[in-house]
Every structure is written in C-alpha cells, then in structure tokens.
Design a protein around this ligand. Structure first.
Ligand SMILES: C[S@@+](CC[C@H](N)C(=O)[O-])C[C@H]1O[C@@H](n2cnc3c(N)ncnc32)[C@H](O)[C@@H]1O
Length: 242
C-alpha cells in the first residue's frame, strides 16, 4: 500500500459516519445510473477512483470485474480492507491521491475507470483527469457521478454552491443545509459544468452520455422545491483514439 498523500484526507475524520451512512445499497437513482452506464464489467480491469470504503468497488467485483480501489483517506481504505476479510472479492486497495497517484498506479491499465461522487471532493481535478486518461487502455471508458453542478439547493438541502454565492463562482465551500450532513463536515469543490467538460476534453476524454437521475421520490413530499431541480449527474466518457 501507498505513498503519502498530498491533498488533505478530509474523510479520515468522518470515516465511521461515512461508512454507516453509505452502506452497500445500489438502488438509489444516482448509483443505478452510474452502474447502468458502467455496463457489464465481467472480465474487465476496473479502477474505482476515490473509492471510499469500497461500496462501489465491491459491487464491480461482485459483477465479475477485476477491481482496484484507491482513496486518499487511509481510514476508509482500512474499512474497505476489513470488509474484504469478511467478503473476499480479490480487490486491490491503495491509499493514494487520485490527482498524483505515483507508484500506486504505475504501469496499471484499466478498461474502465469509475468515480462515484468523488470528483467534487478531489481538489486537483486536472490531475485526476490526467490519471484517468493515463491508466485507461485504448478504447477504455470513464464513468462518473456527481451532485449536479447546476443544483442550487433548496430549503434544508444544500446545492452545489453556497446559498449566498453564485453558480459562476467556483471554489471550495462548506454546506449549511441541515439535511446536508456529510457536506457540512467535509465541504466540496464547486465547479461549473463547463469546467468538468473542459477538464475531460483536455485529457482526451469524449463525453458520450449524460444521465440526469431523478431526485429521491420521497423529496416530492419532504423537499418539493428541491425535487423540481436537476440533482444528480452521471456521465460516460471514452478515451479518444489517436
Ligand atoms: C463522497 S465520497 C465517495 C466514496 C465512494 N466513491 C462511494 O461512492 O461511497 C468521496 C471520496 O473521495 C475521496 N477523495 C477526496 N479527495 C481525493 C483524492 N485527491 N484522491 C483520492 N480520493 C479522494 C474521499 O476520501 C472520499 O472517500
């Protein structure tokens, strides 16, 4: 395992909270969209970038992928490895910064890279896209999901940018919405949609498919204003062939 990470491992201090709040469930609309875009993974070499405690990595491995997971938070990787002792799936985990993975991914090659709700946590987007492009095989795909950059938030649910801010002002911020319990603790990087597309394109990744997964059905009653907005975004990209 791993070299020292350069960016802050913010999830180390919320590892128990995160693992308890995000168990191995895959039926919410955002996760379902991500896995649907990933498609069949049986026999593929798959990297889960910013894998946390391995929630998605395990499902990719259960579906037959040869899975690797990297995350900057050592405490989450410890949890992933603990879980692997009870459910052995042959996953290789490493503590590593997605934007500068160094030895962790040296000479690694994948058919598919997946990143579930990790990009807004990663401070160095450009470095992370360079990592994706570098370790994808020709014809490989990158599939990711994020909070929709255009979601303004509503009521007690925080959006992608601060309530007193603007979609057009990018940067790190900390959520205040009382239902945004994770983002109150770890914050997030807000980036415009055009910034994500430029970062992908700058590293030879074509954006092929976008899915705007519907908000949770229970928001119709508990958060009716938020429920009318785009909340989740999932995308499938392919490495441009030269
Ligand atoms: C919202 S969690 C998602 C975790 C996992 N993908 C899941 O779906 O459960 C975001 C993750 O990004 C990780 N992260 C943040 N910055 C990172 C970086 N520079 N390199 C690797 N992982 C990073 C955090 O440690 C955290 O585990």
């Amino acid at each position: 395992m791993a070299q020292a990470a350069q960016s802050p491992a913010r999830y180390d201090s919320v590892a128990d909270f995160y693992a308890a709040g995000f168990p191995d469930r895959y039926d919410d609309s955002a996760t379902a969209a991500l896995l649907d875009l990933a498609g069949p993974v049986d026999g593929l070499d798959v990297l889960d970038l910013a894998c946390g405690h391995g929630r998605i990595t395990r499902e990719l491995a259960r579906r037959g992928g040869r899975a690797t997971g990297i995350d900057i938070a050592g405490r989450l990787i410890e949890k992933a490895e603990d879980l692997q002792r009870t459910e052995p799936l042959g996953i290789a985990y490493a503590v590593s910064d997605a934007s500068a993975p160094g030895d962790a991914l040296r000479d690694a090659a994948f058919d598919l890279v997946v990143c579930c709700f990790g990009l807004s946590d990663i401070d160095g987007l450009d470095g992370a896209m360079a990592t994706v492009a570098r370790c994808l095989r020709p014809g490989g795909r990158f599939v990711f999901s994020i909070l929709h950059p255009c979601f303004p938030g509503a009521g007690d649910i925080s959006g992608s940018w601060p309530p007193d801010g603007s979609y057009f002002h990018e940067g790190r911020w900390t959520a205040v919405g009382s239902r945004s319990t994770l983002r109150q603790q770890v914050g997030a990087n807000h980036r415009m949609l055009s910034t994500y597309v430029a970062a992908l394109s700058g590293h030879g990744l074509n954006l092929d498919v976008l899915r705007e997964a519907t908000p949770p059905a229970e928001w119709e009653t508990s958060a009716p204003v938020a429920a009318r907005h785009p909340v989740f975004l999932a995308a499938s990209c392919s490495l441009r062939q030269h």
